[in-house]
Design a protein around this ligand. Structure first.
Ligand code: FES
Length: 95
């Protein structure tokens, strides 16, 4: 994998950029996420999370098992249309 390899496709962040952040002292996935937006794309880090952890592990010498993954924060919860209609009917409104 070259230094120009894209690690986070959603946010277009390269391996070199991730390694630079780690060398600046951002050594957790959450710190890297907040400073670079890696892991905030549509896949929510499913693609890049493990790759970033591997870079953190290789630079800091920590084992992969010692590193914390992203905190899962789903952007939204699906709501059935029938539940919306039911709620409107209960409040005396027509849909
Ligand atoms: S590849 Fe990083 S958030 Fe999708």
């Amino acid at each position: 994998m070259s230094k120009n390899t894209t690690i986070c496709r959603c946010s277009d962040i390269s391996k070199e950029e991730i390694r630079e952040l780690i060398s600046q002292g951002y050594t957790t996935l959450e710190e890297i996420k907040r400073i670079s937006r890696a892991g905030m794309g549509p896949c929510q880090g499913r693609t890049c999370g493990q790759l970033i952890l591997r870079e953190i592990s290789s630079i800091t010498g920590k084992k992969m098992g010692e590193l914390e993954n992203f905190n899962n924060r789903p952007p939204a919860i699906g709501i059935k249309i029938s539940d919306i209609v039911k709620g409107a009917e209960e409040n005396g409104k027509n849909c």
